[in-house]
Design a protein around this ligand. Sequence first.
Ligand code: NAP
Ligand code: ZN
Ligand code: ZN
Length: 348
Amino acid sequence: MTTTVSAYAANSATEPLTRTTIERRAVGPHDVAFDIKFAGICHSDIHTVKAEWGRPNYPVVPGHEIAGVVTEVGSEVTRYKVGDRVGVGCFVDSCRECDNCRAGLQQYCTGSGMVGTYDATDRDGTPTYGGYSTAIVVDENYVLRIPDSIPLDKAAPLLCAGITLYSPLRHWNAGPGKQVAVIGLGGLGHMGVKLAHAMGARVTVLSQSLKKMEDGLQLGADEYYATSDPDTFRKLAGRFDLILNTVSANLDMGAFLSLLETDGTLVELGAPEKPLVVPFFPLGIGRRSLSGSMIGGIPETQEMLDFCAEHGVTPEIEVIDASYVNEAYERVLASDVRYRFVIDAATI
Ligand code: NAP
Ligand code: ZN
Ligand code: ZN
């Protein structure tokens, strides 16, 4: 039997999110059911709801930074038991058979593709609904274990913002002796600063202004510059091995590519509505690379959670009641987030 649970949903691109109810499937043999305790607000939720990536299937129940406590497990479940602290990130299934799925890169599934935690179609043909709700049912293979030392409210943003920065930092070998820049000090960006610092890299924040400089340095940045100051681009030309762009809007890509060393890489993590414009010369000169990266697979997400527990890395959060979600969206859009809003699911 399905279960009816409370949720916050968007019914169109222009209306505020409102409280509603949704159905969660009956717990199958391989499923884990859990009570959601906290759900982070990712800028991707806003892009989706506002139809900036194409028209979603309304109603959309956003939320792919989900943390909670297991309430029921299916008969075949081996990894989790009732009472366990668990999380779910951006996807709840994938084909499980393609080379990427077998390699633990489920986010790059080349079979049927990853099944998004919301605004996707599940294996059983029903729409998926995300974390702005009070409970969820997910196959155990797509559930993460939250280490005991990480509180659930702080664990939630790790499931998207955390892994989205951890994965490229690892892939491009951030560590001692590496110069890493993070563009944009929002939800993703502040996790990039903390993680790159914990990995031993030298970290520079490139923010629109110096407003958040004190925070940035406290989060672990070694240097902090305003991109509104043209001097920044003169001073930092050719400096970085790795630049992680977390900005949700379109930037002057040429200006930022010029900050890379020879053979350096700029990884695009932000997913703006409009295509990136990339001029040739700042890319060709210095054989620089422009790449992209999307979240991380299940094994790497678990590795990230364990790394965060070991190094004491957790996000800076502002816990809010669900009724504040529309104002929180406005504040994210105004770059007025310090540094992730997290919904207390008890208020949904
Ligand atoms: P966020 O909290 O809103 O942070 C974005 C930051 O970008 C802002 O805090 C601001 O930082 C900067 N910014 C915003 N508008 C800007 C503009 N017009 N010009 C220059 N800088 C601007 O958003 P988020 O949740 O971190 O997500 C960021 C982007 O990553 C979104 O597009 C989201 O969809 C995408 N995303 C991608 C992945 C992936 O797997 N690749 C995963 C999650 C999210 P300052 O105030 O410091 O300048
Ligand atoms: Zn996200
Ligand atoms: Zn696959």
